[in-house]
Design a protein around this ligand. Sequence first.
Ligand SMILES: [Zn+2]
Length: 393
Amino acid sequence: MSDVTAALIWDPAVTGYRFRPDHPFNPKRLELTVSLIEAMGLLDGERARMVSPRVATEAELLAVHSREYVEAVQRFSAGGDPGEAWRWGLGTDDTPIFPGMHDVTALVTGATLRAAELVMSGEVTRAFSIAGGLHHAHRDRGSGFCVYSDLAAAIAWIRREHGARVLYIDYDAHHGDGVQGIFYSDPEVLTFSIHESGRYLFPGTGFVDELGEGDGYGYSWNLPLEAFTEDGSWLDVQGRVLQDVVEAYRPEVIVLQNGCDGHALDPLTHLRATTRLYEETVRQVCELADAFCGGRVVAAGGGGYAIWEVVPRAWTLVWAGLSGQTPPDRIPQAWLDRWQGEATSLLPPNLRDVPQEFVPAPRREEITATNLRTLEALRRQALPLIRGWGLAF
Ligand SMILES: [Zn+2]
């Protein structure tokens, strides 16, 4: 155990964020993850501890959402006429309305706010709000399984209470369009999203030329990856761009979205990462945070639809990295026995994937070369726009 301290924000009540029994955004994955973290002995109660969430206040929601939108969610939540829901991006197949949706999403948002409070007060170095990461929620519209933006609310709170410069990093397979949009004209929040190209995947945005607007021009970075990208190329381009961004921007805290739907087994996307991506990304980000941000990382969950084979393992590795622990590879038999009967697929016996078990992607060289060209295009366009870049620090 290193000298970092970390908090896992958790209360079973967050699993109430559930649209329908058959909806792919399944909170069972959270329960599986927390039970795996516990089974592997990665919560020692002191340096790696569990902390309860709180409920976001209305003012905290209104800092990033319009009043009309929050009032509409409150109405639908209480059983109001759903006829107008489409105006707010709700009542769709992706983001249906459900009873109590305002209250439980305010709790999920409060979980990420709690993570931000613990990190910014110095109580812990890093915190992980696993139920959070709702990166598609917009100022006045729900989208893509997301009702309120816990991430934006936490970033707005950090800005208001601490005035700290925030670097938001999002390596979910989908573009982090909601968070990008909410801070699109804000130069004190730099959003970086790396994701499967919008040419192939929802929400169809996140291209290199989406650079921000007004004062925020140059503070929105996107690196769209080719479909079938593997974690070798992913980690390479991601590591290089993060080094550039951190050196040029000098953030004071990192907010990290850990959607794990870029894994090769995820049913909703076309990327081909293994668990190595989650372990290595957290290592990359924590190293930069240690060098530039006093270690501060506020982490959240995100997408992840292979709920049995991938999510518990990926997020256990994320938690281990955040809390400075190196878990053994073998998953305790008791955990496998507890869940295998309910699982819809065979549970892998090890925390980390065995790379040889994954068939190499066809066109690997071509994909790698295209990703490198995209990286160069992003650096060429975005780096000179960061104020102070090129000056002697
Ligand atoms: Zn996603």
